[in-house]
Ligand binder design. Structure first.
Ligand SMILES: [Zn+2]
Length: 319
């Protein structure tokens, strides 16, 4: 368990157009992203996709009035089997990818070839409340993978599932993960009482914001700080800026959760690994932390009657 130190602190900057027609968020989550990458070796095209998802998950998470975790997943049917990012209400975040070990991934491979080779890719968003009522299930939205890049997939999901006009510009490489989110706010007659906006004017503000956002090129997003980008894109707009938030890397794995996962695997499976290896070793898929269980530990796991918690993915047993 570790949280990124203050040095190289990440920033999420929320803002709102002063006439309240559009809200936005800029994020630079590069330090958190480098923490993710320091634990895994992924091919460049996978880094790009997962890095963009890391930025997007934090952007969506900061936008939700929801105390819990957002889990964003793409289940792939190509060489990449799974991309997953979990982000909680404090913007503590972890991410991992599962890749077919046999796969050869071209340097210029894009999302459709990597994750939707047979049209069976799925985009899944799970909202897992922090304080669940007994028996309460997390909310889950599952849609076909509609879009050729991470931003478009999420935009389409937001429009279809949440009826929210959302635009995302995302970029990630070995070092940097940055993004911009713009969202059209529901028309409420305009915020300023003295001079309320007409619906057409509100729509005009949205269209103008999207045009400004669309001038943002991937290279520019990778090479420019968000303060400069904010100024460059929206200098002619009246914008209210909120206190910055600070996302950070944080893995939620614990020995207890890994123990629960072993209990779900079942005694027979655990016993067979014990017999073969003399102990059971589990590496966390997200942070790489190693957990080891000897015969006594395993006997204790199955001796207690504590309920087994449902887990998203704590890791896999090493054979
Ligand atoms: Zn972990």
């Amino acid at each position: 368990m570790s949280i990124t130190p203050i040095t190289g602190q990440d920033t999420l900057q929320k803002f709102i157009f002063d006439n309240a027609a559009v809200r936005g968020e800029f994020i630079d989550i590069s330090a958190t992203w480098r923490e993710v990458l320091s634990r895994h070796a992924y091919p460049a095209p996978v880094k790009k996709l997962l890095g963009e998802m890391v930025a997007a998950a934090a952007l969506l998470s900061a936008n939700l009035k929801f105390n819990g975790s957002i889990i964003m997943q793409i289940h792939g049917d190509g060489p990449v089997r799974l991309l997953v990012v979990e982000c909680d209400a404090e913007l503590h975040l972890r991410a991992t990818a599962k890749i077919d070990p046999e796969a050869v991934i071209a340097d210029d491979a894009k999302l459709p070839a990597l994750l939707n080779a047979h049209g069976k890719g799925r985009f899944i968003i799970t909202l897992d409340p922090a304080d669940k009522m007994p028996g309460q299930q997390p909310y889950q939205g599952i849609v076909p993978l509609d879009g050729d890049d991470v931003g478009t997939v999420i935009e389409n999901y937001m429009l279809r599932s949440e009826q929210l006009d959302t635009k995302l510009w995302l970029a990630a490489d070995d070092n940097v993960s940055r993004g911009l989110l713009l969202q059209k706010l529901p028309y409420n007659g305009g915020k300023t009482e003295a001079a309320p906006l007409t619906e057409d004017e509100a729509l005009e503000t949205w269209n103008r914001a999207v045009i400004l956002g669309s001038t943002l090129k991937e290279e520019e997003l990778l090479s420019t700080t968000i303060d400069v980008l904010m100024q460059r894109l929206f200098w002619e707009e009246t914008i209210r800026v909120f206190d910055p938030l600070h996302p950070a890397f944080h893995c939620t794995c614990t020995r207890e959760k890994v123990g629960n996962m072993l209990k779900m695997l079942g005694r027979a499976e655990v016993d067979s690994v014990l017999e073969e290896q003399g102990h059971v070793g589990v590496n966390c898929d997200f942070c790489g932390q190693h957990y080891d269980y000897d015969k006594v530990d395993c006997a204790q796991l199955f001796a207690t009657d504590a309920p087994v918690e449902a887990l998203i993915s704590a890791g896999e047993v090493k054979h």
